[in-house]
Ligand binder design. Structure first.
Ligand SMILES: O=C(O)c1cc(=O)[nH]c(=O)n1[C@@H]1O[C@H](COP(=O)(O)O)[C@@H](O)[C@H]1O
Length: 240
């Protein structure tokens, strides 16, 4: 059963080590390294996590001209991560270049990381999207359109809200990955997220994997919060 990805949104490696020390040593986690941690701790933090046996989602959301993205992905491909991402809004050519860079940069005998694309950030509401991006359609139309472009570019799936997973799979294919942040327990604050979903509902809607940050990292007992979210997710799957 797919483990939730824990977003390690911490300021430095010391904070990551303090956080991880709370988990049983043998527990292999699926960790996300995002911009804050990567900009502070650099590629070494990824190497550290991989060497400790954890799976890593490197979330740098690349969005630039195709050549720049391709060359950057060549570098990132050597780090041994399992999953990485770009912004779908960068376009089909950029996404194809990202994929090509990952394949070219992967050491011989290793599998390239899976590549997914962010559709509309889960912190974006429909109203914001329409007013600020001048996107003259519904949020679900925009998200499914970006997912179709992502599939056309040959990527493995998208980052989206679980609210959209079902329609994305209908518009693409059942095996097209929907990796879903914006996860909150009913008792959690929503913070800056707009399109939030509980772990149970996310499983029901067809999310392939949860991405969870603050509900775990800021919890009084992070290990219990992690276990609770994982258990809710697994229980909802068992019911299906
Ligand atoms: O690509 C992502 O991981 C991502 C995409 C998105 O649309 N929304 C989103 O929240 N994320 C990331 O998922 C994590 C969610 O964190 P929490 O809101 O603290 O659970 C953060 O690290 C975000 O950078």
């Amino acid at each position: 059963m797919s483990r939730p990805i824990i977003a390690l949104d911490f300021p430095d490696q010391a904070a990551v080590k303090t956080f991880l020390a709370q988990f049983p040593q043998e527990m292999r986690l699926y960790a996300k390294v995002g911009m804050e941690l990567f900009y502070s701790a650099g590629p070494d933090i990824v190497r550290f996590l991989v060497a400790a046996g954890h799976d890593v989602f490197l979330d740098l959301k690349l969005h630039d001209i195709p050549h720049t993205v391709e060359q950057s992905m060549r570098v990132l491909a050597g780090l041994g991560v399992r999953l990485t991402n770009v912004h779908a809004a960068g376009g089909v050519a950029m996404m194809q270049a990202a994929q090509a860079g990952l394949i070219a940069g992967t050491p011989a005998g290793k599998l390239p990381p899976q590549l997914i694309a962010v559709t509309q950030l889960t912190s974006t509401s429909e109203q914001q999207m329409q007013q600020e991006q001048l996107v003259n359609t519904s949020l679900i139309n925009s998200v499914t359109h970006l997912a179709q472009l992502t599939q056309q570019a040959g990527l493995a799936g998208v980052v989206c809200s679980a609210l959209e997973a079902q329609q994305i799979k209908q518009a693409t294919s059942p095996d097209f990955l929907c990796i879903t942040p914006g996860i909150r327990l009913a008792t959690n604050r929503t913070d800056d997220q707009q399109r939030v979903v509980t772990p149970t509902a996310a499983a029901t809607y067809g999310s392939d994997r949860l991405v969870v940050g603050r509900p775990i990292t800021q919890a009084a007992d992070p290990v219990s919060a992690y276990r609770q979210i994982k258990q809710l997710w697994e229980a909802a799957h068992d019911q299906q």
